[in-house]
Design a protein around this ligand. Structure first.
Ligand SMILES: Nc1ncnc2c1ncn2[C@@H]1O[C@H](COP(=O)(O)OP(=O)(O)O)[C@@H](O)[C@H]1O
Ligand code: SF4
Ligand SMILES: [Mg+2]
Length: 369
């Protein structure tokens, strides 16, 4: 059993999903390069669960979430929502299914059209669906304003009249007006003032309880994930490094990358005697990533074999999966001599140099929505 085959029937399942983005132009040796934003990710999300995706900026969290809700077509693999392959649905069924899957973004201000009133913003999805009268829409918007902690009188105001936290409340109201089952919260508090983080997180939890929603909760902040998520995946450079129940991962983190992320969080339950790892350097470019473990350039335990031998996720304890040769041992295949020699730190430093092609500046935009 793994993250893919565990437990109750899932609401959403991903099987071996990869998302590549092409890099503009052709490089030396006429090789067309690609950004491997998500690579071979399998997971399942159960109904009513809050499923966390954590990792540093650029590790593929948003791309993975976009692939879940039909906004970025995977290059390979399968996404199944309520038993149906999302990318094999006909246009009409896809549109209908997409209404059950909504998203809240990091920056509420840029996700809300400043020219629209609160009423227009929140009711727009209902207006597009086209089956409600003006009066019904008004009643529904008022109900939602109350649910998200805003006043009925706010209905004719505009986004710029509100604070960041209040704007996020408007965005939340808009995202649930069609009664979705599945809500992706992509860093919903990262752009907000710290003083309102707890309020927005509490609101999301309250709404989940009232409406029975399934959440995917994306964050680079482990402290936030710890309090909110039932299960989580830790991602690095497009790959899952560790997955399982959040409680298990916080109590017994095993992947060197998870340990490093936790080292940066002061308030954790991680045993104090556990070795602390401070990560140096930034997440490398996802253009032509290593064939083996994608974390080797920054891993304190990296061995020669880690560079070329992929590290699959292995269930190390019941319902706890880790992708690391240091934890699981190398597979018993034809390994070259010296595969278990530590990688020299000078080599890691050299490999940590920025890639000559910077991903952000050389991509063709392939986002569908
Ligand atoms: N639409 C896109 N076109 C090309 N490259 C993209 C696109 N979206 C994301 N990427 C690249 O994919 C990688 C993962 O990005 P993203 O999923 O946004 O990471 P995160 O959400 O973890 O910060 C990054 O290198 C990013 O530049
Ligand atoms: S597989 Fe090797 S490089 Fe990757 S995390 Fe484990 S020890 Fe480090
Ligand atoms: Mg993101």
């Amino acid at each position: 059993m793994n993250e893919k085959t565990r437990g109750n029937a899932p609401i959403l399942e991903m099987e071996n999903v990869s998302v590549d983005f092409p890099v503009k132009g052709i490089t030396a040796f006429f090789k067309r390069q690609k950004i491997s934003a998500v690579s071979d990710v399998s997971l399942r999300i159960e109904k009513g669960q809050t499923f966390g995706i954590v990792g540093e900026s650029g590790c593929g969290k948003s791309t993975l979430a976009n692939a879940m809700i039909g906004m970025v077509k995977p290059t390979a693999g399968r996404v199944t929502f309520k038993g149906k392959n999302l990318y094999e649905l006909d246009r009409k069924s896809f549109k209908k299914t997409r209404r059950d899957m909504q998203m809240i973004f990091q920056d509420p201000f840029s996700s809300l059209n400043p020219r629209f009133s609160v009423y227009e913003l929140i009711s727009e999805p209902l207006l597009i669906r086209g089956d409600a009268t003006e009066e019904e829409m008004k009643v529904r918007v008022e109900e939602l304003l109350e649910l998200v902690g805003l006043a009925k009188d706010d209905i004719h105001r505009h986004p710029s009249d509100f604070s960041g936290g209040q704007q996020q409340r408007i965005a939340i109201a808009r995202s649930i007006i069609l009664n979705p089952d599945f809500l992706v919260c992509d860093e919903p508090v990262s752009a907000l003032d710290v003083s309102v983080h707890a309020q927005i997180l509490n609101l999301l939890t309250e709404i989940q309880g009232k409406l029975g929603l399934t959440y995917v909760f994306i964050s680079h902040n482990l402290a936030v994930v710890k309090n909110i998520c039932d299960r989580m995946v830790v991602m690095y450079l497009g790959k899952v490094m560790e997955s399982g129940l959040s409680k298990t991962i916080f109590q017994n983190p095993r992947h060197p990358y998870t340990l490093a992320l936790l080292s940066a969080v002061l308030d954790t339950d991680v045993e104090k005697e556990k070795e602390q790892i401070i990560l140096e350097g930034d997440i490398p470019s996802p253009i032509d990533p290593p064939k083996g473990c994608r974390f080797w350039q920054r891993c304190p335990y990296a061995m020669e074999g880690c560079k070329n031998v992929p590290a699959p996720e292995v269930e190390i304890d019941p319902d706890h999966y880790v992708a690391c040769h240091h934890v699981n041992g190398f597979p018993k295949t034809d390994l070259p001599e010296g595969y278990d020699r530590p990688v020299k730190s000078e080599e890691k430093e050299k490999a940590n140099m920025p890639h000559p092609l910077k991903a952000e500046e050389n991509v063709e935009d392939k986002t569908d929505a």
